[in-house]
Design a protein around this ligand. Structure first.
Ligand code: ATP
Ligand code: MG
Length: 427
């Protein structure tokens, strides 16, 4: 019979890879905690309309990337392509936005039917952050400063560039779009096919085109920065000043736009040149209109999401994964003999887990000869093997053997076992 395989673009994360994921997740979680963010967990499936109304009907995500299906009741449901919409929905539904501010984060899988390639998958994982109720550039700055600290903790500072832009108010964008469309219409023949289509549906997205012909046309295009009203300009200038003050460097990229319609004012991306075309590891911005658009009271919002797969790839490519991110055991318990030794082994293992709760104690299960068990102990990465046989079980003691350096096997009383192991671990 043929074997069933995973769905294209949806990856298994294997035991050899999970230590790296856990390492990044722990650093991110600690950083978010240190900045006063609270975790929220939303469902993976939402009503399709939630995404249509927030991300926008004529975006790539809604037009062609969503996993949408009818459930057994005939309702149209969608696997979430991103986290912001669901987070707004949940916060609003539970009254978290009423007369208060929120600093929230979430982590989990997102789903987009894109063409799978390096750094681009159909199920991928994001850690996202959303802030509500804060209209000023201070929180925009704090989000960016926090991500800068995160890169520092991960050793990525010199490998990532912050690109930043403002999309202004919706009135600014409307005036700008009219002029941009007029400019591009006159040069229609030099545009790539995608951009020609977007000119009609979502002209700002043309700015994002990677096509060399279109890029050449864009060189002379009007810039959104010249269309900002006073409030948007002040917000942007103040944000840049706050980043200067914090020592966070950036590049203003007037062509930076996002693929989701809800953004206004601040947008930013952290980009690396070390991952080829999929260089954006973290992206976000301000979405002051979104809560109202989804039926709530007008509430300012700002957030970002980072792509876990791209962070993992980047750390691997740059060999920045600390040696501690592994599955190694600390102590491996070898138990050779009959049922009595087996029982004794399990008892000793539990005692060690009581006394040394921070250590990874691997009990050998599944039997086998002394030689094969010692081989497994060696492969487990353990620093020490605790060896138990009939003699040890009878005398209630244990033999201890260093695995990573020279040294004799010694016999110790059970009461001395954990202090001895502790000493050997520290050496
Ligand atoms: P891109 O321009 O690379 O398609 P995007 O603008 O669609 O990204 P966002 O929706 O802003 O991305 O998502 C934030 C982050 O999530 C991205 O910067 C990226 O790191 C990650 N990401 C987005 N789509 C994918 C995907 N299909 N596979 C892996 N990671 C992804
Ligand atoms: Mg995309």
């Amino acid at each position: 019979m043929s074997k069933i395989q995973a769905i294209r673009g949806m990856n298994d994360i294997l035991p050899t890879q999970t230590p790296v994921w856990q390492y990044i997740e722990a650093v991110v979680r600690d950083t978010l905690r240190a900045y006063g963010f609270d975790e929220i967990r939303m469902p993976i499936v939402e009503q399709t309309d939630l995404f249509k109304r927030s991300i926008g009907e004529v975006t790539d995500i809604v037009e062609k990337e969503m996993y949408t299906f009818e459930d057994r009741n005939g309702d149209s449901l969608t696997l979430r392509p991103e986290g912001t919409a669901g987070c707004v929905r949940a916060a609003e539904e539970h009254g978290l936005l009423y007369n208060q501010t929120q600093k929230l984060w979430y982590a989990g899988p997102m789903f987009r039917h894109e063409r799978p390639q390096k750094g681009r998958y159909r199920q991928f994982h994001q850690i996202g952050v959303e802030c509500f109720g804060m209209p000023g550039p201070d929180i925009d700055a704090e989000l960016i400063i926090m991500t800068a600290r995160l890169w520092k903790r991960l050793g990525l500072t010199s490998h990532l560039e912050l690109q930043i832009n403002t999309l202004g108010s919706s009135a600014d964008r409307k005036r700008y779009k009219a002029d941009l469309v007029a400019y591009l219409q006159e040069r229609f023949d030099s545009l790539d096919e995608d951009s020609r289509r977007r000119l009609q549906t979502n002209p700002l997205r043309v700015l994002d085109s990677k096509d060399p012909g279109t890029q050449a046309v864009l060189e002379g295009a009007p810039s959104l920065l010249d269309y900002l009203d006073e409030e948007s300009r002040n917000h942007f200038e103040r944000l840049l000043a706050l980043l200067d003050g914090a020592g966070v460097s950036y590049r203003v990229n007037p062509r930076l736009v996002r693929g989701l319609d809800y953004y206004g004012k601040t947008v930013f991306e952290w980009v690396t040149t070390s991952l080829g075309a999929q260089g954006t590891v973290c992206a976000g911005g301000r979405y002051d209109g979104l809560v109202e658009q989804l039926g709530g009271k007008p509430t300012p919002g700002v957030g970002f999401a980072m792509g876990m797969e791209r962070l993992v790839l980047l750390l691997e490519t740059l060999q920045l994964i600390p040696a501690t991110a592994n599955n190694n055991a600390d102590v491996y318990i070898v138990a050779v003999g009959g049922e009595q030794v087996e029982a004794y082994g399990l008892r000793v293992a539990e005692q060690l887990r009581d006394e040394l709760p921070d250590l990874r104690i691997q009990m050998h299960c599944g039997g086998g000869s002394f030689k094969s068990q010692i081989k497994k102990a060696d492969r487990s990465g353990a620093v020490v093997a605790v060896i138990l046989g009939e003699t040890e079980a009878e005398q209630t003691n244990a033999s201890v053997k260093p695995l990573r350096e020279q040294g004799d096997q010694v016999s110790v009383a059970l009461a001395e076992l954990s202090p001895t192991l502790r000493k050997m671990m520290q050496a």
